[in-house]
Every structure is written in structure tokens, then in C-alpha cells.
Design a protein around this ligand. Structure first.
Ligand SMILES: [Mn+2]
Length: 329
């Protein structure tokens, strides 16, 4: 919950401002986008002139969101020259704002809104609420504090932040409080069926075909503890598929009973992209770091400028070797 002091500071600034900027992090997800569009609408209701900027285009899957058509890229000629306030939503560092970082730096009062404690607190005002299920919930608290009526459109945007950050009410952000907030948003008119369908169910035909092929080629090694699969250049070409269409494969691989480490290789012309997952003590970020990649303990990625068969042998052998070491087998 936001403290009264923080709410007073933010609402005081908002009441005295006229021109605002709302920003998402690069490669936007449901939380950063939903929060930013919702806050943009709230500020507009309060009479601000608002620009909405992201350094990357809105991903196809989120183009159904209300007001997503208003998003502009940095450098757009219709953007304002000067902002009284800038808001960063769900973004851990200035760097993650991408090219929009310049607009942020040039604004008068910069408000950093997030729910990750790892946030670098790079704003003039840092509103970081770790108990919020999503950054969207922090925006909701701000809107309530400002006595702004939540429209069905804004409720739909906020519900999107909730559904994506709780993984459809399945991960550790899911609790009685987040479910109560979801119920409140549905009462306010959130189109919850549409959000679920658009964000989590709907896939283009090409993605379904590529997904099926990735699963058909699944292999188990190390007594079923390590699973790996791949997609080839030919496959992606055959269906005119893109990197986005292969995104879910590695996570689905991790559903295999008994599997502790999952690897997905995507042949990308003469390069190979590697996605790594684990669901135990095995730290895949260490494997990734060894090849110039990065990520977290349970999810990491690498981009290697070599052909698929070489990368497969290299990474697979390394993972098997490390797995045997750490599991003591
Ligand atoms: Mn978030």
C-alpha cells in the first residue's frame, strides 16, 4: 500500500502539472504496457496533455488494449518538447527505457513507479511498492488517491497487468489480496474474458505449427532430468514464423515430469539462440554467462554466432557435465 505521504507528494505534483509523459520499458510486457496506458488515461481525465512513449512497437498480442493506438516511438515529430512530469512504469533502470530515456531525463519531475525491490530508484520520486501484485496495482492506488473514476477501459488495462504478472493467478503474486483486487476490477467493468483470450489463448496458425514441431522433436538426456529441443531455419521459413512464435516452447518443455533443466535452441540464420530453464538449484545463468549470455538462476539466454549443430553439442555437453557435478551423480 502507498503511504499517505507518498500519495500526497505525487498528487500534489500531478495537480500542478499540465503536460505529462508516460513510459514503458523496452520489449514491453502486459504489466508495463497496461500500467502506462492506464496512468495515461487517468492523467488525461485530470486535464493533462499526455504523451505515451515506448522505444519498441506495441507487441501484436497487446494491440487489442484500449488506447494502445496512442503509443508513439521516441523521435515521433508529434511529441511534446517539454514535460512537467514523466512517469516510468514497471522499469528497473533508466537503461531499460531504451531510447525513451532521453525524454525521461529532460522532464521536470520524474516519478518512478514499480513493484520490484531491485528497482534502481532513478526517479526524483520513487514509488516502489513490493506488496503490489503488479505495477498496475500501484497505478490503481494512485488513481484512487486522486479520486479518479476507474472506467471499464482502465479496469481492463489494470486487469491485464494483474493477469500477466500473476501468470493467470498461478504464481507467487497470487494471494487473497490480488484475487480481491481482480474481483474489484471485474466489478468496475474489466473485460476479463477478452484479456485472457487475447493474451494467453490466441496464437497465429504459424505459431501453433512451430510449437508442435518443437515438441515433436523433444529429447531427454541424463535419465530424463534434462530436456532439449530446437527449431530450424527451414521450419521458421516454411511457416513465415518469427522469434515470438517460438517463445513458449522452452516453458512447455519444463512441464515434462521429472525434467529439471530445459534447453531450447533456435537456429537463426547463421547464429543460434539458446533459452535455458531450470526448476531446482541448477543455476542456468552461470551456463549463460560462460558464453556471454545472461539472465536469472531459473531462466537465461545466450546468442552464439555459430551453427546450430555446434552450439547444440557445446551447450548440451556443458549442461550435462555441470548437472552431474551439482547433483553429485
Ligand atoms: Mn510487473
Amino acid at each position: 500500500m502507498i503511504s499517505k505521504e507518498m500519495l500526497d507528494v505525487i498528487s500534489g505534483k500531478i495537480k500542478n502539472a499540465k503536460v505529462s509523459l508516460v513510459l514503458s520499458h523496452q520489449n514491453p510486457d502486459g504489466d508495463t504496457l497496461g500500467s502506462m496506458l492506464a496512468l495515461g488515461e487517468v492523467l488525461q481525465t485530470l486535464g493533462h496533455k499526455v504523451d505515451r512513449v515506448i522505444s519498441d512497437p506495441v507487441p501484436e498480442v497487446y494491440r487489442f488494449l484500449p488506447f494502445s493506438n496512442l503509443v508513439k516511438v521516441p523521435g515521433d515529430s508529434s511529441l511534446g518538447k517539454k514535460y512537467d512530469m514523466a512517469f516510468s512504469l514497471d522499469c528497473g533502470s533508466v537503461k531499460r527505457l531504451g531510447k525513451a530515456g532521453i525524454l525521461w531525463s529532460g522532464s521536470d519531475t520524474r516519478v518512478n513507479i514499480d513493484h520490484h525491490v531491485s528497482n534502481e530508484r532513478f526517479g526524483d520520486i520513487n514509488c516502489i511498492e513490493a506488496d503490489a501484485a503488479s505495477t498496475g496495482q500501484v497505478v490503481y492506488w494512485v488513481a484512487k488517491g486522486l479520486n479518479v473514476r476507474i472506467t471499464p477501459e482502465v479496469a481492463t488495462l489494470l486487469y491485464t497487468t494483474l493477469l500477466t504478472d500473476t501468470g493467470c493467478f498461478s504464481n507467487s503474486h497470487t494471494n487473497a489480496e490480488s484475487l480481491r483486487w481482480g474481483a474489484e476490477l471485474i466489478d468496475l467493468g474489466a473485460d476479463h474474458l477478452r484479456v485472457y483470450r487475447e493474451v494467453f489463448m490466441k496464437k497465429p496458425y504459424r505459431a501453433i505449427k512451430v510449437f508442435g514441431s518443437g515438441l515433436a522433436d523433444l529429447n531427454l538426456v541424463c535419465g530424463g532430468k534434462i530436456a532439449w529441443t530446437y527449431t530450424s531455419n527451414e521450419l521458421l521459413k516454411k511457416y513465415s514464423a518469427s522469434a515470438d512464435d517460438t517463445e513458449d516452447i522452452v516453458d512447455y518443455v519444463m512441464r515434462t515430469e521429472g525434467v529439471e533443466v530445459g534447453i531450447f535452441f533456435r537456429e537463426d540464420n547463421s547464429e543460434t539462440k539458446v533459452s535455458l530453464r531450470s526448476n531446482n538449484d541448477f543455476d542456468v545463468s552461470k551456463i549463460a554467462a560462460g558464453y556471454g549470455g545472461g539472465g536469472h538462476k531459473h531462466a537465461a539466454g545466450i546468442n552464439i554466432k555459430s551453427k546450430f549443430s555446434d552450439v547444440r553439442d557445446l551447450i548440451l555437453n556443458n549442461v550435462i557435465e555441470e548437472y552431474k557435478k551439482t547433483s553429485g551423480k
